[in-house]
Design a protein around this ligand. Structure first.
Ligand SMILES: *Cc1c(COP(=O)(O)O)cnc(C)c1O
Length: 402
C-alpha cells in the first residue's frame, strides 16, 4: 500500500499533462470519475457564457446572428474535426446525438436503396438501438442486432449500414474501428460510428479509416457542458448525396432567402435542421480551448496509464473483484468494476467524495479523463472501494456467523 502511494506520487510528478488540471473548475476535495458522462467545466466557460449573454445577446441583440452566431455550428465543427481525424468541411455541431443518429441512419438507407437491413451493435447504448428501430420502421428496413466483433461475418449484400459504438459504454471496451469499417465496406455496407465515449479520449481517425458517417456527444470527454450540442460527420465522398430527413431551413443552401422549396446546402451545413442553441454551442466553443496544444498521443498514453494504475491498485487491494474492462489497449478511458450492490456502493463512494456512476445491473464505472484525473485520485478511488467492500464483508460474515 505504501508502495502504491509512492508510485501514485511519482506518476503524478512525472505527468506531462498534470498542468492541464488547472484549466478546470474542480473542487479539490472531490475525486471526479464521471468525465465520461459529464465532463468538468474548463475555467474559461463561465466567463465566456457571461460575455455572450451580456455583450453578444444583450449588447448586439439580433445583430449577433450575422456577427458569427449563424455560422457557429460549422465553425465549432471545424474545431472538433482534428479530434476525430477529419479534414475540413465534414463536421457540423447541431442537435443531440440521438437526433443526429436519426439523420445519419435515414440518409444511409437513402444512399443504399437496394439494401433492406440495418445492423446495430448488440451492446449499443440504448438510444442508438431505439432510433435504429424507428428508422427501420419508417424506411421499411429490418434491424438485426449483432455483436460488434461478429459484424464481419454477419454483414452481407443486404446490409445498408451498420451502426457501431466505438467504445462500449458499459465495459469500456474499444472496438477496432479501422478493421470493422473495412469489413463492412468489403460487403458494400456503410459504417456509421457513434463516438460518444471515444472523442476526447482515444485517437479517432475517421478519414484514414474511410468511415462514412459518425456522430458523437460533446458533453462527455469534450467537456462542453450539460446538454451541449452533438456533432455529425459526413465523409466528403457522400456529402453531395447526404439527404437527411430533418431538412429544416438551417440546412438550406440560402436560409435567409426564405424560399418555398428546400434545397440542401452544398456543404456540411446540410446536416443542420433549425436554429442553433447558441448559449450551449458557445459554451462548447470556449470549452474546446483546453485542447489547444494538447498532444493526442500523450493524451492516449496517459489514459491507458491511468487505467493500468487502476488495475494495479485493484489487483493489490480489491481481492477477487471482477473488472469488465479489457487490460490490453483495446479499451477507452473508463474502468468498469462489477459490484452486486452497485447502486448502493456508488452512493457510498460519492458520499466519500469519489464521484463515478453505475449502470444496471451491477457495474461501477470510473471515467479517467487524462486532462484532469490524477494517479493519486485513482488510488483514492480504489482504497475507498476497498474500505466499503471490507466493511460489507464483515457485515455479511457477521450475519453468516449468527
Ligand atoms: C451518451 C451517449 C449517447 C447520448 O445521446 P444523447 O442524444 O446526447 O442523449 C448516445 N450514444 C452513446 C454511445 C452514448 O454514450
Amino acid at each position: 500500500m505504501t508502495d502504491l502511494v509512492a508510485e501514485a506520487a511519482a506518476l503524478d510528478a512525472a505527468d506531462p499533462l498534470a498542468h492541464k488540471r488547472n484549466s478546470f473548475d474542480l473542487d479539490q476535495e472531490i475525486a471526479y470519475f464521471d468525465g465520461n458522462s459529464l465532463g468538468a467545466p474548463p475555467k474559461q466557460v463561465a466567463e465566456r457564457v457571461a460575455s455572450v449573454v451580456r455583450e453578444e445577446w444583450g449588447g448586439r441583440l439580433i445583430r449577433s446572428w450575422s456577427e458569427g452566431w449563424w455560422e457557429a455550428p460549422a465553425r465549432v465543427g471545424e474545431r472538433i474535426a482534428p479530434l476525430v481525424g477529419a479534414a475540413p468541411g465534414q463536421v457540423v455541431v447541431a442537435d443531440s446525438t440521438s437526433v443526429n443518429l436519426f439523420k445519419a441512419l435515414v440518409a444511409a438507407t437513402r444512399l443504399k436503396p437496394g439494401r433492406d437491413e440495418i445492423l446495430v451493435d448488440a451492446d449499443t447504448f440504448p438510444t442508438d438501438g431505439y432510433i435504429a428501430d424507428e428508422v427501420a420502421g419508417l424506411t421499411g428496413r429490418t434491424v438485426r442486432r449483432v455483436v460488434a466483433e461478429d459484424m464481419p461475418g454477419e454483414v452481407s449484400e443486404r446490409t445498408a449500414v451498420a451502426l457501431l459504438n466505438h467504445v462500449d459504454y458499459v465495459t469500456g471496451r474499444a472496438h477496432d474501428l479501422p478493421a470493422l469499417t473495412e469489413a463492412l465496406h468489403r460487403a458494400g455496407a456503410l459504417a456509421l460510428w457513434d463516438l460518444c465515449h471515444s472523442v476526447g479520449a482515444l485517437p479517432v481517425e475517421l478519414d484514414a479509416a474511410g468511415v462514412d458517417l459518425a456522430v458523437g456527444c460533446t458533453y462527455k470527454f469534450l467537456n462542453g457542458g450539460p446538454g451541449a450540442p452533438a456533432f455529425l460527420y459526413v465523409a466528403t465522398k457522400w456529402l453531395d448525396r447526404f439527404e437527411q430527413p430533418l431538412a429544416g431551413w438551417a440546412g438550406d443552401r440560402d436560409p435567409f432567402a426564405m424560399r418555398g422549396a428546400y434545397e440542401a446546402h452544398a456543404g456540411i451545413e446540410r446536416g443542420r435542421s433549425g436554429t442553433p442553441d447558441i448559449l450551449s454551442l458557445l459554451a462548447l466553443d470556449a470549452a474546446l480551448d483546453v485542447w489547444d496544444g494538447v498532444d493526442r498521443a500523450l493524451l492516449r498514453e496517459k489514459g491507458l496509464a491511468l487505467g493500468e494504475f487502476f488495475f494495479r491498485c485493484a489487483d493489490e487491494l480489491l481481492d477477487g473483484a471482477r473488472i469488465l474492462t479489457p487490460r490490453g489497449n483495446d479499451r477507452g478511458h473508463q474502468i468498469s468494476v462489477v459490484d452486486d450492490d452497485a447502486a448502493k456502493t456508488m452512493a457510498a463512494l460519492i458520499e466519500r467524495g469519489v464521484i463515478g456512476d453505475f449502470r444496471p445491473p451491477n457495474v461501477l464505472r470510473f471515467g479517467l479523463a487524462p486532462l484532469y484525473t490524477t494517479y493519486g485520485e485513482v488510488l483514492r478511488a480504489v482504497t475507498t472501494l476497498q474500505e466499503l467492500r471490507s466493511r460489507n464483508n464483515e457485515f455479511h460474515s457477521g450475519i453468516d456467523g449468527k
